[in-house]
Design a protein around this ligand. Structure first.
Ligand SMILES: NC(=O)c1ccc[n+]([C@@H]2O[C@H](COP(=O)([O-])OP(=O)(O)OC[C@H]3O[C@@H](n4cnc5c(N)ncnc54)[C@H](OP(=O)(O)O)[C@@H]3O)[C@@H](O)[C@H]2O)c1
Ligand SMILES: [Zn+2]
Ligand SMILES: [Zn+2]
Length: 351
C-alpha cells in the first residue's frame, strides 16, 4: 500500500479538506498513474454534499483524470510508463454481462465500479477519485489521451465530454437535424460543440442572457432564453433532439413542446423525480420520446477522445489550485465557470 495526499469531504457539511489515502499494490492488470489534472464535475458536488443520499464518507471526488503512467502490472501490454492516459467515471465492471460484452460498461447489470464512492470488486475497499496524487486502475478502464490534445483541457472530456457525445452519437445526430442543448455549463458547452461537429443546427437554451454571445462562440447557431415564454413558444414543434443538462428539478413540459413529432428529449442532468409532473399527452400526441443516458462505455470514450483530436475540440477550462476547491464549488453552484474547472494536481504537494 502506498500513502498519498488527497482532498476529501468527511460529511455533507464539511467541505473539502486535505487528507491521506492509500493506493493498492499493483495487480497483474493494473496501471499506476500520477495525476496531473482533474476536472471538477457538478457530480463531485452532488456526492460531496450527499445530494443523492448515497455518499459514503470520506469521499475523494474526481472522475475527469489525466496523468502519466508510472508503472504497470505484469500482464499489461497496452500501456507503458510515461504514457499519457485518462481515467473517467468507471474503474471496473463485471465484464461478463451483455452490456459489458458490448463495451457499455456504464450499464453493467451488476452495476459498474465507480471511480469514487464505489467499492473495489476484489477487496471491497472504497474507491477514491482524482483529487489525489495518484490512482491505480485496471488496464481495461484506462484511456489513451491523443498527443494532439492539451492534457488539461482533455481532462473534462472523460465525463462532460463522453456524457454529451454518447447520446448524440447513439441517437444518430447528423447534418439536417435540429438539436437543442439545455443549460451551458460543463456538459452543455461540450454538447454544443459536439452537436455542431456532427453537422446539426444547434440551439442553446439558457436561463442566462449573459451567455448568448458565448454560446455563439461555442458553435450554437441560435440561443433561446428559456425563461422567456415568447421565445419558448416561437420554437414549439421544431427540434429533433434536446439534450437536457440542467442539474436540478425543472419543468420539462415546455421542452417537450419544443420537440418536433418523433423528436427525442435526452436527460443527462436530472436524477430526481420529475417536478412539476410530466404531461404524458405532450409525448403521446406527437410520438415524442423522453430518454436518459449515462456517461459512455470505454470503447466509445476512446472514440470520443480521438474524435476531439481529429476535430480540434477541447473543453474551455479555468485552471484551479486545489486549495481553492471550496470556493470553486460555490462558483459552479452559481453557474459562474467558463466552463469547467480543472485542478492542477501539482498544487496538492503544497497542501
Ligand atoms: N448522465 C450522466 O452520465 C452525467 C454525467 C456527468 C454529469 N451529470 C450531471 O449533469 C448535471 C450537469 O453537470 P455539469 O457539470 O454540466 O454542471 P454545471 O457545470 O453546473 O452546468 C449546469 C448548467 O445548468 C444550468 N442550470 C444550473 N442550475 C439551474 C437551475 N436552477 N435552473 C435552470 N438551469 C440551471 C446552467 O446553465 P445556464 O446558465 O446556461 O442556464 C448551468 O451552467 C449535473 O447534475 C451532473 O451531476 C450527469
Ligand atoms: Zn462527472
Ligand atoms: Zn457487467
Amino acid at each position: 500500500m502506498n500513502e498519498i495526499k488527497a482532498f476529501a469531504a468527511t460529511s455533507a457539511e464539511s467541505g473539502m479538506a486535505p487528507t491521506t489515502i492509500s493506493r493498492r499494490v499493483l495487480r497483474p492488470d493494473d496501471v499506476a498513474v500520477d495525476i496531473e489534472y482533474c476536472g471538477v464535475c457538478h457530480t463531485d458536488i452532488h456526492f460531496a454534499r450527499n445530494d443523492w443520499g448515497m455518499t459514503r464518507y470520506p469521499v475523494v471526488p474526481g472522475h475527469e483524470i489525466v496523468g502519466r503512467v508510472t508503472a504497470v502490472g505484469t500482464d499489461v501490454t497496452g500501456f507503458r510508463p510515461g504514457d499519457r492516459v485518462g481515467v473517467g467515471c468507471l474503474v471496473d465492471s463485471c465484464r461478463q454481462c451483455a452490456p459489458c460484452g458490448e463495451g457499455l460498461e456504464q450499464y453493467c447489470r451488476e452495476g459498474p465500479t465507480l471511480t469514487y464512492n464505489g467499492e473495489d470488486r476484489h477487496d471491497q475497499s472504497p474507491t477514491f477519485g482524482g483529487y489525489s496524487e495518484a490512482i491505480v486502475v485496471s488496464d481495461r478502464f484506462v484511456l489513451r489521451i491523443p498527443e494532439a490534445l492539451d492534457p488539461a483541457a482533455a481532462a473534462p472530456l472523460l465525463c462532460a465530454g463522453i456524457t454529451t457525445y454518447s447520446p448524440l452519437r447513439h441517437f444518430g445526430v447528423r447534418p439536417g437535424h435540429k438539436v437543442g442543448v439545455i443549460g451551458m455549463g460543463g456538459l452543455g458547452h461540450m454538447g454544443v460543440k459536439f452537436a455542431r461537429a456532427m453537422g446539426a443546427e444547434v440551439t442553446l437554451f439558457t436561463r442566462s442572457p449573459g451567455k448568448v454571445a458565448e454560446a455563439e462562440k461555442q458553435g450554437a447557431h441560435k440561443v433561446v432564453i428559456s425563461t422567456d415564454e415568447e421565445q419558448m413558444a416561437a420554437v414549439a414543434g421544431t427540434f429533433d433532439f434536446l439534450l437536457d443538462t440542467v442539474p436540478v428539478q425543472h419543468d420539462l413540459n415546455p421542452y417537450i413542446e419544443a420537440l418536433s413529432y418523433d423528436g427525442t428529449m435526452i436527460l443527462v442532468g436530472l436524477l430526481d423525480s420529475v417536478e412539476p409532473p410530466l404531461d404524458a399527452g405532450g409525448l403521446v400526441f406527437q410520438r415524442r420520446a423522453l430518454v436518459g443516458s449515462l456517461i459512455g462505455g470505454l470503447p466509445e470514450t476512446q472514440e470520443m477522445l480521438d474524435f476531439c483530436a481529429e476535430h480540434d475540440i477541447a473543453c474551455d477550462i479555468e485552471m484551479l489550485d486545489i486549495g481553492e476547491i471550496n470556493a470553486a464549488y460555490e462558483r459552479v453552484m452559481q453557474g459562474d465557470v467558463k466552463y469547467r474547472f480543472v485542478i492542477d494536481m501539482q498544487t496538492l504537494a503544497a497542501q
